[in-house]
Design a protein. Structure first.
Length: 561
């Protein structure tokens, strides 16, 4: 049981937040001061630095050639095409400089970040998958984001080890899945949410080990069920042979599933095979507190999306087998003992670094590879490095922050020096703000819009419901999204998928479809509530004012057995 030893006030939002004995032990181990902002504001700052799914047409600052980029063309950053960025055509050490003790660290580090080339897209070892970002080991994929080890996947975000899947979010080890969210080790599932080891299921939620189910919720090891009622094989097959995946039928079925969902109890938190954990969607983990979407992790706190050990305040970090001792990092993989870093990998003993790979003992560096004992991209001996680093940290501790508080060291970079707008970042998806709100809070906002090609367009709402009526001519047209008015295209592989499975064309653009899938997941905020069955006090992501019936884990498991 953690013991509160101090209550602090967030310098950003003014909310009180606790420092426990466990927190203080971790900060001492990492040799950092207590944080100055509450956990949610710290996470919002990390989120504001990460752009996964907004792509722009731009030109490589090295070659002048056209390229896709996660940065808009009017960015201050110097952006190189990924093939050039990873080549030996330039040297990050050429941008090295001395530390100036008459200026703040943040001011100097930002100058280094602006001068040193950045990579246009975060992709590795992909084949025929140019229109993707933050992906690796993909083949024949299009508009995937934060996906690894996939083949023939389109419009998917987060997950991997999947093939022949489309329009899905958080899927792992799946095949032939469409419009699925939080679905794992499953085959041929359409419109499924939080399903495990299932196959041939449609419009289902919270299934485990099920087959041939339609419109079902909370079933375990069941087969041939329609809206949670067992049916004969022939009846199920008759339904599937007659059911047409038109927009009218799809929306009608979703509404029926929603009505069923309102009648059934909901588990307070999705925690599976884990010990001493509090958060949501935690799997095979131990001692993880206020963590969301973590697996194979231990001794962590305030982690969003990770496979990581002994770490605090990290976003989308970690991988097996060796990622630990991380603090306030974004997108760092296979690292140990790193702090305040962005997109670093296979490295250790780093602080305030970006895009450093296979490095050790570096501080305030950008884009280095296979380097040791560097500060501001300049090489030092071991003795020189340690001596200068101690002086810099002392200087940072005395530097005043914009709000007048002392102590520049121990905080992640200010959002004011980011290269992306809040509206392009993951922060907008998780913690949305208006432009006025974002600017008032010190975030940036991107007003640049990609130009639309001048080609024929069609309203999504007047598309034929029957896929058999759709001709190849649709490939030469734009479709206007019914929700946000943006135009989108249908690619040949996508049309082939719709035809194969008898699916009506989407009326919404790929972004609106993605947001709809994200909306199925509860906000990443823990609330106090009572179990609707036994009355026990519980933590849950279902806020008290919501109408759902919420059970503690014990009552929930008893209700489905």
């Amino acid at each position: 049981m953690e013991k509160i030893i101090e209550v602090k006030q967030c310098r950003k939002c003014g909310a009180d937040f606790d420092i426990t004995d466990r927190d203080r032990d971790f900060y001492k181990k990492m040799e950092v001061p207590d944080p100055k902002m509450c956990p949610l504001c710290r996470m919002q700052r990390l989120l504001s630095f990460r752009n996964e799914r907004v792509l722009y047409k731009a030109k490589c600052a090295y070659s002048g050639q056209d390229m896709l980029s996660m940065y808009p063309p009017d960015t201050k950053a110097k952006v190189y095409d990924q093939k050039i960025w990873w080549s030996d055509k330039w040297d990050p050490m050429d941008y090295g400089r001395d530390f100036n003790f008459n200026k703040s660290f943040s001011e100097q580090f930002n100058d280094l970040r602006i001068d040193t080339p950045r990579i246009n897209l975060d992709n590795t070892n992909n084949e025929n998958s140019e229109y993707c970002n933050d992906c690796d080991d993909l083949k024949n994929c299009y508009l995937n984001f934060n996906v690894s080890h996939g083949e023939d996947m389109y419009y998917c975000s987060t997950g991997g080890y999947a093939r022949d899947c489309m329009d899905s979010f958080w899927i792992i080890q799946c095949e032939l899945c469409y419009e699925c969210t939080k679905t794992f080790e499953s085959y041929h599932c359409f419109w499924c949410f939080n399903c495990y080891n299932s196959s041939d299921c449609y419009f289902c939620k919270n299934l485990f080990g099920c087959k041939n189910c339609f419109g079902c919720i909370g079933l375990h090891q069941k087969e041939y069920h329609i809206f949670n009622k067992p049916v004969k094989k022939e009846e199920f097959e008759k339904l599937m042979s007659e059911f047409k995946f038109t927009h009218e039928n799809i929306e009608k079925t979703k509404e029926e599933l929603k009505k069923l969902d309102q009648k059934l109890p909901h588990k307070n938190l999705e925690i599976i095979q884990s010990e001493d954990c509090i958060g949501d969607y935690i799997t095979n983990s131990k001692n993880c507190t206020y963590c969301f979407d973590v697996m194979e992790s231990r001794d962590c706190k305030y982690i969003w999306d990770g496979i990581i050990n002994d770490s605090y305040d990290c976003l989308n970090c970690g991988s097996l087998p060796a990622t630990d001792l991380m603090y306030q990092c974004v997108g760092a993989y296979n690292t140990t003992n790193i702090k305040f870093c962005f997109r670093c990998e296979f490295s250790s003993e780093l602080s305030y670094c970006e895009y450093c790979s296979n490095c050790k003992n570096c501080f305030g560096c950008v884009g280095l590879r296979h380097k040791n004992y560097c500060i501001f991209n300049k090489q030092y001996s071991c003795e020189e490095y340690k001596k200068l680093l101690a002086k810099i940290i002392d200087h940072m501790n005395k530097t005043r922050l914009p709000d007048g508080q002392a102590g520049e060291y121990g905080e992640y970079m200010s959002s004011e020096i980011g290269f992306i707008g809040y509206n392009d970042s993951l922060a907008q998806y998780r913690l949305p703000l208006t432009k006025e709100e974002a600017l008032k809070q010190g975030f940036k906002w991107n007003d640049y819009k990609n130009p639309n090609p001048e080609i024929d367009s069609v309203e999504g709402k007047i598309l034929p419901e029957n896929i058999e009526e759709i001709t190849d001519e649709i490939l030469n047209k734009r479709i206007k999204c019914e929700q946000d008015g943006k135009y989108f295209r249908i690619i040949p592989q996508e049309l082939k998928f719709y035809r194969k499975h008898g699916l009506a064309l989407p009326h919404l653009c790929q972004d609106c479809r993605h947001y709809a899938r994200m909306a199925q997941m509860n906000p990443r905020v823990l609330c106090d509530r009572k179990c609707s069955n036994c009355g026990m006090n519980i933590k849950t992501t279902y806020s008290p004012e919501r109408p759902e019936t919420v059970y503690c884990e014990k009552c929930y498991l008893e209700s489905i057995n």
